[in-house]
Design a protein. Structure first.
Length: 401
């Protein structure tokens, strides 16, 4: 059975590798899409926002369905919805239809999260946090891989839609694989694992304490990541005086930091470091990095700082979801939906809010705002850290959370 769990997990990670492509596929094909859909860059940004809206309106529903009908149906449905988006966009005859297709991508994302995160927690209860953080690693790999496909298509004058159709085909193949790979006995095993989890707490965790703190962390972690990915290149140009090409490289340093962080956490979380410690430490590093960015406008320093920004914003959302499912194990899918909804709100609100700041002020004001978000994340994480150690029995404090 353990071998089958590993096989199932591999298929789930492939879904997130493909999701990493989907996350940047519209922006990466912006020139082709603006021509096809008769719109401009702003129109494509609204199309991207529609994906976030699709996630936002379905996360809570998907979480409840996951608890009621199981993880497997949600994971299969997510693949079907994503294939509709990927096949539909390159052949969409109008902008309005493209908006509807973008909603399908958001629905797919919420179903994928609601099915996968609880499933990984149930299959690997002793290393749930490491298993969840690996999701971020595969998303980053997918986002790194897609530009090479697009570059190949462009250099050879091939149809841009192939960059959509390739992941669509892989989604279909992987869906069939997961249909047979995910074990039917998963729920029975998870009940045994859940019983052992209860003994870790002196009293039952309270949703309006631990749960609310994790929801806030779900929002702030995504907010910090979103601000960095959108505004670092512009900040490099306008404040540090970098060229356009050099400023874009800041995102490469950011991504490298993110990947290294995920790999490191996968190792450390198994025996050495508790997730609750990482959730507190990482936003502190982020705040320090943002302060350096605001204080020192030297390109080399900015490049190094971007690495640490990527390092410290990676995996926090996944750890927050993992801890949420361990605190409130009776409703894993539902509570996953709560944290993911907060994350989705951040992904929709932050681009708009920071855009307004940029319009009415200078670029530095965005990162001052970012530092405030980081501080709020630290407060929520400090409270969670306190509550976790108050709830955990002395004899299991040295165990992995």
């Amino acid at each position: 059975m353990k071998y089958q769990y590993f096989i199932s997990a591999f298929g789930m990670y492939i879904n997130y590798f493909l999701l990493g492509m989907v996350n940047i596929i519209l922006a990466s094909n912006m020139s082709s899409l603006t021509t096809q859909l008769d719109t401009d860059a702003t129109g494509i940004s609204y199309l991207i926002a529609a994906i976030g809206i699709g996630r936002l309106i379905t996360y809570s529903i998907a979480g409840s369905l996951s608890d009621k009908y199981g993880r497997k149906p949600l994971i299969i449905v997510s693949s079907i919805a994503m294939v509709v988006f990927l096949v539909g966009i390159p052949f969409s005859p109008s902008y309005e239809i493209a908006i509807i297709l973008a909603l399908f991508a958001g629905i797919s994302n919420s179903a994928m999260d609601a099915g996968t995160y609880p499933a990984l927690t149930e299959m690997f209860p002793k290393s749930a946090s490491s298993a969840s953080v690996m999701i971020k690693g595969f998303v980053s790999l997918g986002a790194t891989f897609l530009p090479f496909i697009i570059l190949f298509l462009s250099d050879n004058n091939l149809f841009y839609g192939i960059s959509f159709l390739v992941p669509a085909v892989i989604y279909i193949v992987n869906m069939i694989f997961l249909f047979f790979a995910i074990p039917k006995t998963q729920l029975e095993q998870s009940k045994k694992d859940d019983h052992s989890q209860v003994s870790q707490f002196l009293t039952e965790p309270e949703f309006w304490k631990e749960g609310l703190a994790l929801i806030i962390i779900g929002f702030t972690s995504t907010a910090l990541l979103t601000v960095s990915q959108i505004w670092l290149p512009s900040y490099g140009q306008e404040v540090a005086g970098m060229t356009a090409s050099n400023s874009v490289q800041l995102l490469s340093y950011y991504s490298i930091g993110s990947l290294i962080s995920v790999l490191l956490l996968t190792i450390l979380l198994k025996k050495i470091v508790k997730p609750v410690t990482v959730i507190l430490l990482y936003p502190v590093i982020t705040l320090i990095a943002v302060i350096v960015i605001l204080s020192v406008h030297i390109p080399l320093v900015l490049s190094i700082t971007c690495f640490f920004l990527g390092f410290s914003t990676a995996g926090i959302l996944q750890l927050a979801i993992s801890m949420m499912t361990q605190f409130f194990w009776k409703k894993k899918g539902t509570v996953t939906g709560f944290v993911s909804t907060a994350s989705s709100i951040a992904s929709v609100v932050l681009p708009v809010a920071t855009g307004l700041i940029a319009k009415n002020g200078d670029m530095e004001h965005i990162f001052i705002f970012d530092s405030i978000v980081a501080f709020i994340g630290i407060i929520a994480a400090a409270f969670l850290y306190y509550r976790y150690h108050k709830l955990t029995k002395p004899q299991v404090r040295n165990q992995h959370a």
